[in-house]
Ligand binder design. Structure first.
Ligand code: SF4
Length: 489
């Protein structure tokens, strides 16, 4: 246990004539209590930071994050403990079945492994492992190799990705696959060459290179940040670029050159299982003897391992508003089902290239009558649907409000259902308007709509409308109805 309190490479500044005999640990405890911060954690991310001199006249220690490193003994112990633990406890996951086995494999097998790691890692950046398993299996069934994926269309990829969010990542995955296949070269094997592929950043490159090709490079994701900041009791802002850079440096020190892929997965696995955000299982942790946060918490009850990494306040999301029109078209005399209008979003920006119900951005909260005015002019201009003249508006109902939260935007959608009755042949007439439109749109029936890869926001709106219809309240045109609200958490 003594190794847990071996001094870091602290700089000690005695600014007020305090004893030089006090150990860094004692000094930091004094400071921690004074400032209600975890001890020995005054880690400033700036090189040779002197900020503390202006903050306090008391003896201050400044641990320069760039000076923090693992000792040779720590590295040996951590590698051995984590690899041993991982061998016995690793979860059986479909991508691991593909990517594990003998290291010396042929080109085809290497590519197969790399592709599986790539797909799984991009998906894992989106959501929990349990959710990813189903998505991964479906994806690999449809596109078992990178060559199959390179033939896919963005519509197919979006459909497969529906519900995972961050559709840009799926688009990059497709573009990256095309780039590799069209180059005619082998699958890039090193982290540096992988980073030249569209959409592959340093994390994904490290994961593919180490897991599929055994290159001794690290990976740093949220789980790794948590484990390393706890192992070293680092309380610098984990979002700060200097901190991130130094965590990569520490992860580079740790990665085991003989089993880099397994080692990287062991750290991520530890973070995902035992070293969790709120309730870490330190008593069963394989590296508890090397964990400085645990050691500090045992010596000072005001300190908890969950103090690391420090929590950084999230920026408040922007508030956006829109009026969403679920436009249903019924053609009189036609045996076909009614159809819904879907509009393709622009190729750049939020949810680029995805399909959604016609919607108009609002400047802020707006009352029903002003929203309807905006919607009417939009429908007329975009689809030739003139609410007042050219077609019969059989139903117009205010369905309710749906709130969808993106990473940086809170979108409040006012949802309205509009059912238009067109006379015989009216559908063909309507579809002719497509050629005149500046935006891309189409009409799909309810069955196609259910099987389409809609974003979770659009799906929520559709579910809301379906429920509304099932309640049987839309048979009579009603001007307004009590708002219903669906929230995304
Ligand atoms: S001892 Fe606890 S805090 Fe430290 S690495 Fe293990 S689980 Fe995480």
């Amino acid at each position: 246990m003594s190794s847990c309190i071996t001094p870091f490479h602290f700089q000690i500044h005695h600014l007020a004539g305090k004893s030089k005999q006090q150990s860094p640990y004692v000094i930091s405890n004094i400071l921690a209590k004074r400032h209600h911060a975890p001890p020995t954690t005054a880690v400033f991310p700036m090189k040779r930071c002197r900020q503390a001199e202006t903050i306090s006249k008391a003896p201050v220690e400044v641990a320069d994050i760039e000076d923090i490193s693992f000792s040779g003994e720590e590295i040996t112990k951590i590698r051995a403990s984590l690899l041993d633990w991982y061998s016995q406890n690793r979860r059986d996951l479909p991508w691991r079945r593909i990517s594990s086995g003998e290291n010396d494999v042929g080109i085809e097998e290497g590519e197969r492994r790399a592709y599986a790691v790539w797909v799984s890692e991009v998906m894992l950046q989106q959501t929990r492992v349990q959710t990813v398993v189903d998505y991964f299996n479906r994806w690999m069934e449809k596109w078992p190799t990178i060559r199959h994926l390179a033939q896919a269309s963005i519509e197919e990829v979006n459909e497969m990705w529906a519900g995972l969010g961050y559709y840009r990542r799926a688009k990059f995955l497709l573009e990256g696959a095309k780039m590799i296949v069209e180059s005619g070269d082998e699958f890039p094997k090193t982290a540096s060459s992988l980073q030249k592929v569209r959409g592959i950043g340093n994390y994904t490159a490290g994961a593919i290179a180490s897991i599929a090709f055994q290159e001794a490079v690290p990976v740093v994701d949220g789980n790794v940040v948590r484990v390393i900041t706890r192992l070293k009791a680092i309380s610098a802002n984990p979002k700060n670029s200097t901190t991130v850079k130094n965590i990569w440096k520490l992860a580079t020190q740790l990665v085991d050159p003989s089993r880099p892929g397994d080692f990287n997965q062991s750290v991520m696995e530890l973070g995902a299982t035992l070293c969790s955000v709120v309730a870490p299982s330190c008593s069963t942790c394989p590296v508890s003897f090397q964990c400085r946060a645990l050691s500090l918490s045992k010596n000072d009850e005001s300190v908890q391992v969950t103090d690391y990494p420090i929590k950084v306040a999230k920026a408040k999301p922007r508030h956006d508003f829109s009026a969403v029109s679920v436009v249903e078209i019924v053609e009189e005399g036609s045996l076909s089902e009614s159809r819904y209008i879907l509009v393709k979003r622009p190729d750049e920006g939020l949810l680029a290239g995805l399909w959604e119900f016609p919607s108009v951005s609002l400047k802020g909260e707006a009352d029903l009558s002003s929203r309807r005015k905006t919607v009417d002019s939009f429908l007329k201009q975009s689809f030739g649907l003139d609410v007042k003249k050219s077609c019969k508006l059989a139903v117009r109902e205010e369905v309710g409000v749906c709130v969808h939260v993106f990473s940086h935007i809170r979108l409040k959608m006012y949802v309205e259902l509009l059912v238009f009755h067109l006379s015989e042949g009216g559908m063909d007439f309507l579809l002719k308007e497509q050629g005149n439109a500046t935006m891309k749109w189409k009409c799909v029936d309810g069955k196609a709509l259910s099987s389409l890869g809609l974003t979770s926001g659009v799906r929520k709106v559709y579910t809301m409308v379906e429920k509304f219809k099932q309640s049987g309240t839309n048979s009579v045109p009603v001007k307004t109805r009590k708002k219903r609200s669906v929230k995304n958490h």
